[in-house]
Design a protein around this ligand. Structure first.
Ligand SMILES: Cc1ncc(COP(=O)(O)O)c(C=O)c1O
Length: 407
C-alpha cells in the first residue's frame, strides 16, 4: 500500500513503514529462511550483484526479512525530522547479529590505526572492553572523559587532533548517566568529527539523536526494540545513505556479523508495540522510583526522573521521558542485596533489560562478581546496588513484590 500522507504518530510508523518484502500477499513479512537467492538468467545475477540493493543475493549480504526490520528502525529514528534541505530525513539501517557486532562495524568502518575515539567514562561494559581489548590492540586509541563536563570534551578534542569519532552512550548502562547530545555534537562538529550515539536505553520513542546532527545511531535491539527478550540483535543506522550502502556495508558483510531471518522477524513484531510498551514501562518506572525513594531500607535511588538526580535537567531536555531503567542502593550492603534478590516472587532475577517483564539484578553478586571490589566500586557498582528494568506489569504488583522483598 502506498503511503500518501505523512504519519502523525510513532505507532503508525512502526506498523506501516516497512513494505515491499511480502511474498504471496502475506500480511506479515515472512521469515525468509534461505541462505541464498536464485537468478533466472546470468544478466539478472549480474544486475543484482552490481545494484545497490543487495538483499536478494546471499543472506550474509542482506535478506528481505532483515530489510523489513531495517526499514522500520530507520523510519522510527527519522520520524518527524528533516535534513539540511528541509526534506524528510532519510536513513539507512544495517541489522546485525548482536549489539556488539553492530558496534564493531561502527568502529572499524570509521577508525583506522593511529586514530582515536572519544567517549564517556561510564559505558556499557562490552563497549568499554571492545575499545580497550580490541581497538587498542589495532592501534586505535580510546580516550574516555566525563562527557557531562563539556570542558573535558573540548579539551580532549583540542589536545587530540587524531580523534575521528565521538561516541555518546546516553543514558549510560548501568549508571543511567546522561550526556548532552546537542552540546557534545556541536563541539565535535566544530572540529569536523563524526558523532555516534548508543540509543539503546532511550529508543527512538524517547530520544532521536539525529535531531542534533549526529552521523550514526546504534541500538542493541536485544532490549526495548525487540521488547520481549526473544533474540539478541544490533543495528547501525546512518544518514550518509551512500556510505551505509557501500563502504560501511562492506565492513558489515566482511566482518560477518549478519542477523538471521528468525531473529529479524521477532524484532519486526516487537517494534510494532514500541510506543505502547514504552508508555507503560516509563510510567511504571516513575512510580517505582518514587516508592523506592521513600523506603527506609533504600539509601539512594538513581533515576533521572527524580529531580535530585544530577542529570535530571539533561534527561528532560533531550528525552520525552527518563525511561524505564533505574538502580538503587540498599542500606544493608552485599547481604541485603542478596536477600532482596532471593525474596522476589514476581520480578525476574536476570541480567539484560528492556523486556516486557520486570528484570532485577544485583551486579555485585552477578554481572560484576568477578571484578575486584575496589575496582567495581570506582564505577559506582557498590555492594548493595540493585538494577531494575521496570516492566509493563500492573504497577501495584511490582510494588507489592518489592515491599515484601524489602522487609
Ligand atoms: C547500552 C548497550 N550497548 C550495547 C550493548 C551490547 O548489545 P548486545 O548484548 O545485544 O550485543 C548493550 C547490552 O547490554 C547495552 O546495554
Amino acid at each position: 500500500m502506498a503511503q500518501k500522507f505523512p504519519f502523525t504518530g510513532l505507532s503508525s510508523v512502526a506498523l506501516h513503514a516497512a513494505g515491499g518484502q511480502n511474498a504471496a500477499d502475506a500480511h506479515l513479512t515472512p521469515i525468509y529462511a534461505t541462505s541464498t537467492f536464485t537468478f533466472d538468467t546470468a544478466q539478472e545475477g549480474m544486475e543484482r550483484f552490481a545494484g545497490s540493493d543487495k538483499t536478494r543475493v546471499y543472506s550474509r549480504w542482506g535478506n528481505p526479512t532483515f530489510t523489513a526490520a531495517e526499514e522500520t528502525i530507520a523510519a522510527l529514528e527519522a520520524f518527524g525530522l528533516t535534513d539540511e534541505q528541509g526534506q524528510p530525513l532519510q536513513l539507512k539501517a544495517l541489522l546485525h547479529a548482536s549489539g556488539q557486532a553492530a558496534m564493531t562495524t561502527l568502529f572499524l568502518s570509521n577508525l583506522k590505526t593511529g586514530d582515536a575515539l572519544l567517549s564517556h567514562f561510564s559505558l556499557y561494559g562490552g563497549t568499554q572492553e571492545l575499545m580497550y581489548k580490541v581497538l587498542a590492540d589495532t592501534g586505535i586509541q580510546p580516550i574516555l572523559v566525563d562527557m557531562r563536563d563539556l570542558n573535558q570534551v573540548a579539551s580532549a578534542l583540542k589536545q587530540n587532533p587524531q580523534i575521528k569519532l565521538v561516541h555518546i552512550e546516553t543514558p549510560a548502562n548501568p549508571t543511567i548517566q546522561c550526556v548532552d547530545i546537542a552540546a557534545v555534537t556541536q563541539l565535535a562538529k566544530a572540529g569536523g568529527k563524526l558523532v555516534s550515539v548508543d540509543n539503546t536505553f532511550a529508543t527512538p520513542y524517547l530520544q532521536q539523536p539525529f535531531r542534533y546532527g549526529v552521523d550514526f545511531v546504534f541500538h542493541s535491539t536485544t532490549k526495548f526494540l525487540n521488547g520481549h527478550g526473544t533474540a539478541i540483535g544490533g543495528v547501525l543506522i546512518g544518514k550518509d545513505i551512500e556510505r551505509m550502502k557501500t563502504g560501511i556495508w562492506k565492513w558489515h558483510v566482511l566482518l560477518g556479523g549478519n542477523s538471521n531471518p528468525f531473529d529479524a522477524f521477532l524484532l519486526a513484531q516487537g517494534m510494532k508495540t514500541l510506543e505502547l510498551r514504552m508508555d507503560r514501562h516509563c510510567s511504571n518506572a516513575m512510580t517505582v522510583a518514587e516508592y523506592l525513594a521513600k523506603h527506609p531500607a533504600v539509601a539512594q535511588v538513581n533515576y533521572t526522573g527524580l529531580s535530585n538526580h544530577p542529570d535530571h535537567a539533561v534527561a528532560l531536555k533531550q528525552m520525552k521521558h527518563p525511561g524505564a531503567v533505574l538502580s538503587f542502593e540498599l542500606k544493608g550492603g552485599l547481604e541485603a542485596g542478596k536477600q532482596f534478590i532471593d525474596r522476589l516472587q514476581m520480578c525476574v532475577r536476570a541480567i539484560s533489560l528492556g523486556t516486557v517483564d520486570t528484570l532485577v539484578s544485583h551486579p555485585a553478586s552477578m554481572s560484576h562478581f568477578g571484578i575486584p571490589r575496589d575496582e567495581r566500586i570506582k564505577y559506582g557498582i557498590t555492594d548493595g546496588l540493585i538494577r531494575m528494568s521496570v516492566g509493563i506489569e500492573q504497577v501495584n504488583d511490582i510494588l507489592t513484590d518489592l515491599e515484601q522483598a524489602l522487609q
